[in-house]
Structure formats: structure tokens, C-alpha cells
Design a protein. Structure first.
Length: 235
């Protein structure tokens, strides 16, 4: 998911491929959410199941069970948790490999049906994505051809160099201004964002002393760019 969510509540339960997770605190996120529970983390160690030296709840091999509750009841439990008054129900169990193997065998036909349905859905989605990609590539090619002459004239007139995007990302912040003289190779022109990570786009040694002429076509904060797209024209 890109750009990712800027807000995910604590206790959100999400899945990404074969991995499921409980968000421990409020944070950005990209997992697909399918539920909400109490977080297994208490930053200040408050509550009978935590301590300042041990602010986490779960240990390796713990088995987690969820109980359905109403939204109102959940909000009550969340208040108790935040106040350090909620106590989780914890009981010791022995993991039985024989019982687990029996369980897997018992649901084998259900799993096979699910895998078949998933493969069919993936094929349908893949075909749809390929169709959309073809449309997008055709649109980009049309845009490139229509702006080719203008770009060539501009570059010849200014004797311009171009600072390019190093990857597929979103434009997070534009740090340069038209008319600005580049003072150092490390001077940040653009900040990109991809998968919750900010990526600085520096001017580069070859552009020190040059002047920012204009941003690349369509470049503004929030737009998506691909690797190799022009970000800043300098001369």
C-alpha cells in the first residue's frame, strides 16, 4: 500500500501476505485491517500483565484467542486497558504436535478449496491490473510524445540538466524554489516517500552553482513519480 495510512489505531489487527499482526501503538501502517483488539504492548508498563521492565504481553509460542464483543463493550475495555486496570485471561497450555497435525488434516479439504478460490481471484485481479497498466502506459506515452518538443526546446534554450527520480515513490516535500542557486552537492531538492520511508533527492556534485529553472512536468507535493522521471530542471 503506497502511500500508506498516516494513522492506524493501537490494537488494529492486520494481515499482509502470510503475516498477521496487532498494531502495538498508534502509527502509520500498510497492512490490510480486519479487526480491532486490545494491544499487546503497554508503553509505561501499567497493568497486572505488564511492568516498566516488561511492557510487552506476548512471548514466543503463545497462542492468541479472540472473543467477539460489541463496539461499546470494546470501548469500555479499552478505557480499562489505558488506565492499567484490565487483566488478560492467560492460562498455561501444552502444544501438542499430534493434535495440531490432526487439526490440519481435518480442514485439508477446506484449505484446498480456499487455495483454489484464491488462485482464481489472483488470476482475475492480475488480468485486471495488466489491463489498467496497459492503459496507463499508453497514456504516459501520449503525454511524453506531446511534451517532447517543448522539453527539447527548453533544454536547448537553457542548456539544462535534470535531476531525476531514483525510484517509484510519492513526492513528499519540495525543498527547492525557482531561481535558487545550488550551494552544495548535499542540498536536498525533493523529498520522496515510499513504504513509510523518506528519501532525500540531493542536487549532486555536478549541479553545484547551477540555478533551479523549473520543476519537472506535473511535479507537485502528493503526486506519484516513477524511476527516471524529471523532478527538477537546473541550468
Amino acid at each position: 500500500m503506497n502511500p500508506s495510512r498516516t494513522y492506524t489505531p493501537s490494537g488494529a489487527v492486520g494481515i499482509a501476505g502470510p503475516v498477521a499482526a496487532i498494531y502495538p501503538i498508534i502509527s502509520p501502517g500498510g497492512y490490510q485491517l480486519f479487526g480491532r483488539t486490545l494491544p499487546a504492548w503497554q508503553t509505561w508498563g501499567k497493568g497486572p500483565n505488564f511492568s516498566p521492565e516488561h511492557p510487552w504481553l506476548l512471548r514466543p509460542f503463545d497462542q492468541v484467542s479472540f472473543m467477539p464483543v460489541s463496539e461499546d463493550h470494546y470501548l469500555e475495555l479499552e478505557q480499562q486497558f489505558n488506565a492499567g486496570q484490565y487483566k488478560f485471561e492467560i492460562e498455561p497450555v501444552v502444544f501438542s504436535m499430534a493434535a495440531y497435525t490432526g487439526f490440519v488434516q481435518a480442514i485439508a479439504s477446506e484449505v484446498a478449496e480456499y487455495m483454489d478460490n484464491r488462485a482464481a481471484a489472483a488470476a482475475r485481479e492480475g488480468a485486471r491490473e495488466n489491463e489498467l497498466l496497459s492503459e496507463w502506459l499508453a497514456h504516459k506515452a501520449l503525454e511524453a510524445s506531446s511534451g517532447e518538443d517543448d522539453s527539447k526546446e527548453t533544454k536547448e534554450t537553457w542548456d539544462c540538466a535534470c535531476i531525476l527520480s531514483s525510484m517509484s515513490a510519492s513526492v513528499w516535500k519540495i525543498k527547492c524554489q525557482v531561481g535558487q542557486t545550488i550551494q552544495s552537492a548535499d542540498e536536498v531538492m525533493i523529498i520522496l516517500e515510499a513504504m513509510k520511508t523518506e528519501i532525500d533527492v540531493p542536487a549532486g556534485e555536478e549541479n553545484v552553482g547551477k540555478v533551479v529553472k523549473e520543476l519537472g512536468k506535473g511535479i507537485r507535493e502528493g503526486v506519484s513519480v516513477q524511476a527516471g522521471d524529471p523532478l527538477v530542471w537546473v541550468s
